[in-house]
Design a protein around this ligand. Structure first.
Ligand code: F6P
Length: 374
């Protein structure tokens, strides 16, 4: 049997655990299956422009604990890539590189957007396998994505630290966490860090409800409060507008109308960027307590992966090499009930896993008296 040639790329936002996954795939592919591996640089751009280097036992060593990705990453899409100031469809260029390098499979490590791009390339007849990575934990078909556990730890520690200063000054501190349009990170860190209010995109909030919860705490003797707010959390009114626009976009048959609606939604979302600062100011006005804001941002994506993410990424990475050996392509290697399983890309691409309203974490938060702002 000729040696199998595999390509690996990392796409979308980086996340702790990417290097652990690259190492897991690489070490298993090299030592168990005698495959050859190429790493493409900067996501799909690297394969479109044929920028790669050989991954071997030397450059795969010592990367387990490294944050980021040794391959680099980008948010480029195969079919819409900025080249020389123009948006180009680079699908054919990717196919050309794939054939020129005699690849047997391309492994794409990424979040929701990457799963869609992986399906696009699968539909273009390439052998594709993907892995689920993101601190947002919002990829469908997997119990967990790698990157999430590390971000959860960082966000929890931040909430812990904010407690003592909020307590000393009798202040409200509004801590904004990442997560895009899903509340996993904020809900998890909010519960683990004992936030008094947790606001997630799945549950729209009102300022009155949050202010009431804070005033109740003051009445019971707690003159400080921690509000953990997801970057995608919305007021009731904002959530209604987003819902209407999203439905209109889905129903639009005319290309121009669709484009206009998308731009309207984008403009609306630009206003939401200030939600956390506005919330902090409004809470100060309605409670009479001083309020401060802490936006954690990319801190949550940086640094060394947690032990949990190292194990998950290594497990899924090693299993990926097994899938390649078996010729089991067109799947995302997902984590289900502690097992690595292959889920067909068609079943998960384009589906966002948000927090279900009956999820035990939501019930738990309410039981311990946390306000969810609704
Ligand atoms: O998807 C991961 C994530 O960190 C989201 O939580 C956040 O909304 C987004 O990426 C930020 O993207 P960028 O790094 O491109 O600003």
């Amino acid at each position: 049997m000729p040696q199998k040639q595999i390509g690996i790329l990392t796409a979308g936002g980086d996340a702790p655990g990417l290097n652990a996954a690259i190492r897991g795939i690489g070490k298993t592919a090299l030592s168990h299956y005698d495959m050859q591996i190429l790493g493409f640089q900067k996501g799909f751009r690297g394969i479109a422009q044929n920028q790669s280097f050989v991954l071997n036992s030397e450059n795969l060593a010592g990367i387990l604990t490294l944050g980021g990705t040794i391959l680099g990453t980008s948010r480029d899409k195969p079919h819409k890539m900025a080249i020389g100031g123009k948006s180009m469809d680079m699908t054919n260029a990717i196919i050309e590189t794939y054939e020129q390098l005699h690849l047997d499979c391309l492994v794409c490590l990424g979040g929701g957007g990457t799963q869609k791009n992986a399906l696009h390339l699968k539909n273009a007849s390439l052998n594709i396998i993907s892995l689920p990575k993101t601190i947002d934990n919002d990829v469908a078909g997997t119990d967990m994505t790698f990157g999430f556990d590390t971000a959860l730890g960082i966000a929890t520690e931040a909430i812990d630290r904010l407690h003592s200063t909020a307590h000393s000054h009798h202040r409200i501190i509004v801590a904004e966490l990442m997560g895009h349009n899903a509340g996993w990170l904020t809900l998890g860190a909010g519960i683990a860090g004992g936030a008094d209010v947790i606001l997630i995109p799945e549950i729209p909030y009102t300022i009155e409800s949050i202010a009431d919860a804070i005033k109740r705490r003051v009445q019971s003797g707690s003159r400080f409060s921690i509000v953990a707010v997801a970057e995608g959390a919305l007021t009731h009114e904002q959530a209604r507008t987003v819902k209407v626009l999203t439905e209109e976009i889905a129903a639009a048959t005319d290309k121009v109308e669709r484009k206009n609606l998308k731009s309207k939604l984008w403009q609306h979302e630009q206003v939401h960027i200030n939600n956390t600062l506005n919330l902090s100011r409004q809470l100060e006005e309605s409670t009479g307590l001083e309020s401060r804001t802490s936006i954690l941002g990319h801190l949550q994506r940086g640094g060394t992966p947690s032990a949990g993410d190292r194990i998950l990424a290594t497990h899924l990475g090693a299993a990926t090499a097994d899938f390649i050996d078996q010729g089991n392509y067109g799947v995302m290697v997902a984590y289900k009930n502690h097992q690595a399983i292959g889920v067909p890309l068609e079943e998960i691409a384009g589906i966002k896993k948000r927090v279900p309203l009956d999820h035990p974490w939501i019930e738990t938060a309410r039981k311990v008296g946390t306000s969810l702002g609704d």
